[in-house]
Write a protein that binds this ligand. Structure first.
Ligand SMILES: *Cc1c(COP(=O)(O)O)cnc(C)c1O
Length: 445
C-alpha cells in the first residue's frame, strides 16, 4: 500500500494546516455542509487517512461505508487511470459503452434471486431510491409508498419524504413529496413491550396501518433498509423483514430493499437481504459499490424494470464510464479477497471487545449490527435507557483526538457506529478498539 498502515500523531487533532483550511472552508463552503471531524485529508490507503499535517488516522468510517475495498485500492486506481485515458464521458443514453453493461451484469449476478433482472445506473444513492419509486409506481399503477420509522433514504425531495428524521435532514426543507406513509420499525432494543414481542407486534401494526390508512390496492411499494443505517444501525427483529416482504408479495406491493449502506460485502454477505432470506423486487445500491467513485444502481425484476417506456430512466452522468470502471475493479477486489468473509472476521474481532466495553460501562445499552456494520447504543445507565447523546459526542470526540475516525448516528444521536474498510488489518482494528476503550475512560472521567 502507498501509505504505511500505522497510526501516527504529529500535531493535535486537528492540526494547524487543517485549522487554516477549515477557516477558508467557513468562508467558501455553505454552512449547511458540515464536517464531522475537520482534519483535511491529503492521501489515504487501506485503513489509514493521512491529513495535511502529516497525521495518520485509523479509519473506522470508510467515508460512510464507501471505501470497503480500501482507499486508493490498487485495482480501482489502475482501472480509473486506464479509463480516464481512454475516454471520460459519452453519456450512455447517447452512445453507450461496455463498462455500463458489465456493471449491470454484475448486479444481476450478485444481487439476491435467480430471476431475470435489469438494472439502471445513477450517481448517488438518493437518485437510485428516487428511481426505485418511479419504477414501482409505473409498474404497479399505484401511488403510495410506505417507509419506516428511523429510515434514511437520502436528501432529495422525494427521499427526504422517505427519510424519518427531521433534524438535520428535513427541518425547514418542506413541503415534501406526497403519498409517503410511515410505519413503526421492529426495533428490538426500544420496543415498548420488549424484544420478544417486537416482531409480532410491529408486523401487526404495519399491516393494520397500511390496510386502514393507505389501502393495499393503493400501495406501490414498501421500502426498507435490511439494517437501518443513519437511523442507528437497527437490526430489525428476527423474521420481521421476511414477513413484511411476504405480505407485500401477497398484496401485489413491491418490496424495495435499500441496500445502499448494507450492500457489497459490508454485513458479511454480498447483501443483507440474504441474511433475512428475502428476495427484493427492487434493490438499490451505491456507497461500497465502486471504491469511492460516485456510482449507484437500481436492480429489479426484468418485467418491472422493462415496464418503463424508453427514455423514462437515465441522466447525463449516470453510470459514468470512470465510475463503472471503478465499480468493476472494486467488485473484482471483493471477490478476489473474499471481503464478505473478511467482514465476518471483523465482526469476530469487534464483538468481544464491544461486549467487554458493555461489561465495563453501564452506559453501553446495546451492541448490534452484522459483519463490519456494527454499533453501540449509549444510554443513561443500567436501568435507564434514556438516550445519552452527550456521552456519545464525548466518546466520539475523544476518539478523534487520538486519531481514530469514528462516526455517530441514530434518531436520538446516541449511537457510535463502526464501518472500517474491509481491508483494514487486524492490528489497526485492535488499536482502534483500544482507543475506543480509552475514550470511554476519558469521557466518563
Ligand atoms: C447513504 C444512503 C442513501 C443516500 O445515498 P447518497 O449517495 O448519499 O445519496 C440512501 N439510503 C441509504 C440506506 C443510505 O445509507
Amino acid at each position: 500500500m502507498t501509505v504505511e498502515q500505522q497510526r501516527l500523531l504529529r500535531t493535535a487533532i486537528p492540526g494547524p494546516a487543517s485549522l487554516a483550511l477549515h477557516e477558508r472552508k467557513q468562508k467558501a463552503v455553505s454552512a449547511g455542509v458540515s464536517t464531522g471531524l475537520p482534519v483535511y485529508i491529503e492521501r489515504a490507503a487501506g485503513g489509514i487517512l493521512v491529513d495535511v499535517d502529516g497525521n495518520q488516522l485509523i479509519d473506522f468510517g470508510a467515508g460512510i461505508a464507501v471505501t470497503s475495498v480500501g482507499n486508493s485500492a490498487t485495482r480501482v486506481v489502475e482501472a480509473v487511470q486506464r479509463q480516464v485515458a481512454d475516454f471520460t464521458h459519452t453519456c450512455f443514453m447517447v452512445t453507450p459503452y461496455a463498462e455500463y453493461v458489465e456493471v449491470c451484469e454484475q448486479l444481476a449476478e450478485l444481487t439476491p434471486g435467480e430471476h431475470e433482472k435489469r438494472s439502471a445506473l445513477f450517481n448517488s444513492g438518493a437518485e437510485a431510491v428516487e428511481n426505485a419509486i418511479k419504477v414501482a409506481r409505473h409498474a404497479t399503477g399505484r401511488d403510495a409508498v410506505v417507509a419506516f420509522d428511523h429510515a434514511y433514504h437520502g436528501r432529495t425531495n422525494l427521499t427526504m419524504a422517505l427519510t424519518a428524521k427531521s433534524m438535520p435532514y428535513k427541518a425547514g426543507f418542506g413541503p415534501f413529496a406526497g403519498e409517503v406513509y410511515r410505519v413503526p420499525m421492529a426495533y428490538p432494543y426500544r420496543w415498548p413491550t420488549g424484544p420478544e414481542s417486537c416482531a409480532d407486534e410491529a408486523f401487526a401494526t404495519f399491516t393494520t396501518q397500511v390496510h386502514t390508512q393507505v389501502g393495499e390496492e393503493n400501495t406501490a411499494a414498501v421500502i426498507l433498509e435490511p439494517i437501518q443505517g443513519e437511523g442507528g444501525f437497527i437490526v430489525p427483529a428476527p423474521g420481521f423483514v421476511k414477513r413484511v416482504a411476504d405480505w407485500c408479495h401477497e398484496h401485489g406491493i413491491l418490496f424495495i430493499a435499500d441496500e445502499i449502506q448494507t450492500g457489497f460485502c459490508r454485513t458479511g454477505d454480498w447483501f443483507a437481504s440474504e441474511h433475512e432470506g428475502v428476495v427484493p423486487d427492487l434493490i438499490t445500491t451505491a456507497k461500497g459499490i465502486a471504491g469511492g467513485l460516485p456510482l449507484a444502481g437500481l436492480t429489479g425484476r426484468a418485467e418491472l424494470m422493462d415496464a418503463v417506456h424508453a427514455g423514462g430512466l437515465g441522466g447525463t452522468y449516470g453510470g459514468n464510464p470512470v465510475a463503472c470502471a471503478a465499480g468493476l475493479a472494486a467488485i473484482e477486489t471483493m471477490k478476489e479477497l473474499d471481503l464478505a468473509g473478511r467482514a465476518r472476521e471483523i465482526e469476530a474481532i469487534f464483538r468481544p471487545r464491544l461486549e467487554a466495553l458493555a461489561a465495563k460501562y453501564d452506559q453501553v445499552g446495546d451492541i448490534r449490527g452484522r459483519g463490519a456494520m456494527l454499533a453501540i447504543e449509549l444510554v443513561a445507565g443500567a436501568d435507564d435507557t434514556t438516550p445519552n447523546a452527550a456521552l456519545t459526542a464525548a466518546v466520539n470526540r475523544a476518539c478523534h483526538q487520538e486519531g481514530l475516525v469514528t462516526l455517530t448516528c441514530g434518531t436520538f444521536g446516541n449511537v457510535i457506529r463502526f464501518l472500517p474498510p474491509l481491508v483494514a488489518g487486524d492490528g489497526l482494528l485492535s488499536e482502534g478498539l483500544d482507543i475506543l476503550d480509552e475514550a470511554f475512560g476519558t469521557a466518563t472521567a
